[in-house]
Design a binder for this molecule. Structure first.
Ligand code: PRP
Length: 189
C-alpha cells in the first residue's frame, strides 16, 4: 500500500484538525507570553524544555508564536512498563542548559498516567530553577495514575490511541499535521 493509503486505513477519525490545533497553540502562546512578559533573556531567563521525542512538533509551533525571549532545550525519556502501575521513567538524554535560577517551562505532547511529568517535575525542582511550570498539548484524565499539575493545557481527550502532531504508534505517524485516533484493530493486532 502507498503511504497515503496506509495512513487513511489506519486512522479511525480526526480528533483535532490543523486549524483547531493552530488556534489553540496560538492562544497558549499568548497566555505564556503574558505570564513571562517581565522575564528577560539571559541567565535568569525562560527556558523551554521539550520532552523527546513526542514534543518536538508542539514545541516548534509554540516557541515560534511566543513573543518573549527564551532558550530551547530538550530532554529524552522513555517509560518502562507502560500501562502498569510501576511507572518507571528512564533518562535517555539530559538537557544541556543549566536551569538554576532560570524560569523552566516543561513542554510535553501528552500526559497519560502522569508518571513522566511527575518525574520531570522532581528532576527539575532538584536543580533549583527560579520557577517551574508545565505546558502540555494533550491530557487523558481517565488514564491518570498520579496527580500532577499542568499549568497550560491544550486539550483534554478521551482514552483512545492518538497519533500525529508528534505522537506515534511504533514511531510511525508522528508527522501527521492533525491528531488522529488510531483504529483499535491497528494497536490490538
Ligand atoms: C509519551 C509522551 C510523554 C509520556 C506520557 O512518551 O511523550 O512523555 O509518554 O506518558 P505518561 O503520562 O504515562 O508518563 P513516549 O514514552 O511514548 O516516548 P516518545 O515521546 O519518544 O514517543
Amino acid at each position: 500500500m502507498r503511504e497515503e493509503e496506509e495512513i487513511s486505513a489506519a486512522i479511525d477519525r480526526v480528533l483535532l484538525g490543523e486549524d483547531a490545533i493552530a488556534e489553540r497553540v496560538g492562544k497558549m502562546a499568548g497566555e505564556i507570553s503574558a505570564a513571562y512578559a517581565n522575564v528577560e533573556y539571559g541567565d535568569d531567563g525562560l527556558v523551554l524544555i521539550g520532552v523527546l521525542k513526542g514534543a518536538f512538533v508542539f514545541l516548534a509551533d509554540l516557541a515560534r508564536r511566543l513573543t518573549v525571549p527564551h532558550h530551547v532545550d530538550f530532554i529524552a525519556l522513555s517509560s518502562y512498563n507502560r500501562g502498569e502501575t510501576k511507572g518507571e521513567v528512564r533518562l535517555i538524554m539530559d538537557s544541556r542548559i543549566s536551569v538554576a535560577d532560570r524560569h523552566v517551562l516543561i513542554v510535553e505532547d501528552i500526559v497519560d498516567t502522569g508518571y513522566t511529568l511527575d518525574y520531570l517535575r522532581r528532576t527539575f525542582t532538584a536543580r533549583e530553577p527560579a520557577s517551574l511550570r508545565s505546558c502540555v498539548f494533550l491530557s487523558k484524565p481517565e488514564r491518570r495514575r498520579i496527580d500532577v499539575p499542568i499549568d497550560y493545557l491544550g486539550f483534554e481527550i478521551p482514552d483512545v490511541w492518538v497519533v500525529g502532531y508528534g505522537l506515534d504508534y511504533g514511531d510511525r505517524y508522528r508527522t501527521l499535521p492533525y491528531i488522529g485516533a488510531l483504529k483499535q484493530e491497528v494497536y490490538e493486532s
